[in-house]
Write a protein that binds this ligand. Structure first.
Ligand SMILES: [Zn+2]
Length: 394
């Protein structure tokens, strides 16, 4: 039994102070005049409101950009110092729980990963999960001491496949067999850290929105392929949330009336065509020998006709999925992620063919951004939920 990690206290921000911290965190460094305009504050009010943020160490005055632009007259007097967040003023830990494993990341306030760790869950029992999380927290707190002596952890974020209420109670998690589990309260008690819990896709959508491929984008959709199918949507700068967001709603979207039958019994649904297991099972059958996901993609890329047929069919289905997302939600950008995201690269031509088959020829292709397939991305999503909880006080 270990003692709870000593936590750094965080005074919740509110009103224009919170808005200042948020603008600088997401888009900093920002000049004071830019910041005044964004929030609609007078320079005097801004100075008054930023003082406690500077005193607490959350904000710092960044190095001014002193080099005048080419051809511009040199500026007179003291250059204005833009405001920036001190990313190392706070650290958080994010942990993604699967049915049998926990993946953890230690990040700074801008969600840059400083260290990652993982551990198997001895069983899906809540007590075992809580102890495994506590173990990973202890190990990452120790790692933080080595990287930044004296620094401490301010918050903990947990993400999992399932439905979560109020960022605290897991109402339903099929992989773990949990129902109505007050996970945030259990972990706060065990670790001493302020803890929030969120659905894994919602968490990665928030991370993509704040610090990733969706940053600065008013409308974007996130679609992930891997062990399952995930979907998140940001519209007018806000993640669309719903009590149903954790139910993996696009898993059975119909994509190919003549496609393979999935474990769900559907013919040609997203699960039957786009999950890693589905692709591996189809390729294994056609090739007559067991293959891994990467081997299937490598074979297809090298011109193997059997693997190529399986990968092309999945790629075309992915293209049709992107067309449906573009047609239904009108995003500026679609971000593709998940452990299986490499399919989009290997089957790029088939993806484009599927996309164009279901799009009005007068439309332009949605901008596509590919995320890294690393599992650490899921833990980072959990960390971002913890960062949001600190900055937004929710
Ligand atoms: Zn299905």
């Amino acid at each position: 039994m270990t003692t709870p990690a000593p936590a750094v206290t965080w005074t919740p921000l509110s009103g224009p102070t919170r808005q200042i911290a948020l603008e600088v965190l997401l888009d900093g460094p920002l000049s004071r005049s830019d910041l005044s305009q964004r929030i609609g504050l007078s320079p005097g009010s801004l100075t008054r409101l930023t003082k406690p943020l500077l005193d607490s160490g959350l904000l710092v005055e960044a190095e001014p950009d002193t080099a005048p632009a080419a051809g511009a007259a040199p500026r007179l007097g003291r250059p204005a110092q833009p405001l920036d967040v001190a990313p190392t003023s706070h650290h958080v830990i994010g942990i993604k729980l699967t049915g049998d494993h926990a993946y953890a990341a230690l990040t700074d306030l801008r969600a840059d990963i400083l260290a990652a760790d993982d551990a198997p869950l001895p069983s899906p029992a809540p007590d075992d999960a809580v102890e495994t999380v506590a173990l990973l927290v202890d190990r990452l707190v120790e790692q933080l001491q080595q990287v930044r002596p004296g620094a401490r952890v301010t918050g903990l974020g947990i993400s999992l496949g399932g439905h979560v209420e109020d960022r605290s109670t897991v109402t339903l998690a099929d992989y773990l067999g949990w129902r109505d589990l007050p996970l945030a309260a259990l972990l706060t008690e065990r670790t001493g850290l302020r803890t929030v819990v969120e659905n894994d896709i919602v968490a990665v959508t928030e991370a993509t929105h704040w610090f990733g491929e969706g940053h600065g984008c008013d409308r974007f959709a996130l679609f992930t392929i891997g062990a399952g199918i995930g979907y998140g949507l940001v519209v007018h700068g806000q993640a669309v949330t719903s009590p149903e967001a954790g139910l993996s709603l696009l898993s059975h979207f119909p994509l190919d009336a003549h496609g393979p039958v999935g474990p769900c019994g559907h013919t040609g649904c997203a699960t039957a065509l786009l999950t890693i297991d589905a692709l591996v099972a189809q390729a294994t059958e056609r090739l007559g020998r067991p293959v891994t996901y990467d081997q299937v993609l490598d074979l297809a890329a090298a011109g193997d006709p059997e693997a190529g047929a399986v990968v092309d069919r999945a790629g075309r289905a992915l293209g049709r999925m992107l067309a449906a997302i573009a047609n239904l939600t009108l995003p500026q950008r679609i971000v593709l992620g998940g452990e299986g995201v490499r399919l989009a690269e290997v089957a790029a031509d088939a993806v484009a063919a599927g996309l164009h088959a279901d799009r009005n020829p007068r439309t332009s292709d949605p901008e596509l951004a590919l995320q890294s397939p690393e599992l650490a991305r899921w833990a980072r999503g959990a960390a971002v939920v913890a960062i949001q909880s600190l900055v937004l006080g929710r």
